[in-house]
Design a binder for this molecule. Structure first.
Ligand code: C5J
Length: 225
């Protein structure tokens, strides 16, 4: 694709104009512990089907990005095995009997290298696709994501993944403050809570797109076809 190609797609609050060669697909935390039955998310009483409906649309978008040779970056939320990067406040928050670092259904919870921490097989990264291991909710905090994007000349992001109101929203806000345009495909992000899904998307596109744009993934797929 030519570097000066500009594509306009229908989006809210107004059309999103993007240049595919400088627009990365950033897939947030599609990890087994959040999405798979029997994982940490379900152990906490969450309905994982609310997140699993995003797998197929993400698969289609990822295939389109790969087919066009565009930049793809994945993230995983998790910590060092010695937990030295886990703030004590994060560890105890929620007062759950089982918390981050403890043994869970798929290994130690949100610890790097454990089965539950890894990305679901349906969206598994290719060796050429950077994986950002992040200790926080935002993908820019304490990571080299900004440097990687700048080195590749990336100016715009399509942000997908889970969960809409937590790691997706935090990352979009961090990206916005760093000067990136962000589009969030509504069917490629998910929350365990339908009301947060709705409000999480509304907050992004409110006030003339205060944090970015929202559109169904089909708009991107049609544009890239
Ligand atoms: C993410 C979380 N990935 N909800 N984490 O959103 O704790």
């Amino acid at each position: 694709m030519k570097t000066d190609t500009i594509i306009s797609i229908e989006a809210e609050p107004y059309p999103f104009e993007f240049s595919p060669p400088t627009c990365a697909l950033l897939i947030i935390d599609m990890q087994r512990d959040f999405l798979e039955p029997g994982g940490f998310g379900e152990m906490l009483g969450n309905d994982v089907s609310q997140l699993r409906r995003t797998i197929e649309p993400n698969r289609n978008l990822l295939a389109a990005w790969r087919a066009n040779g565009l930049a793809v970056i994945h993230t995983r939320e998790g910590h060092r095995p010695d937990l030295t990067d886990l703030p004590p406040a994060k560890k105890v928050r929620g007062r759950s009997k089982t918390c981050i670092g403890d043994s869970g259904p798929m290994g130690r919870i949100l610890v790097r290298g454990e089965a539950g921490h890894d990305i679901i097989p349906e969206l598994y990264p290719l060796p050429t696709e950077p994986v950002i291991d992040k200790p926080g909710k935002g993908a820019f905090f304490a990571t080299d994501l900004h440097a990687i994007l700048q080195n590749r000349g990336i100016k715009q992001l399509v942000v997908t993944g889970v969960t809409t109101e937590v790691c997706v929203n935090t990352t979009v806000r961090e990206a916005n403050d760093r000067g990136y345009d962000c589009l969030v495909p509504s069917d490629c992000v998910g929350s365990y809570f339908p009301e947060f899904q709705e409000m999480g998307l509304k907050m992004i596109k409110a006030q003339g797109g205060i944090f970015g744009w929202v559109a169904p993934s089909q708009a991107l797929l049609s544009a890239l076809a």
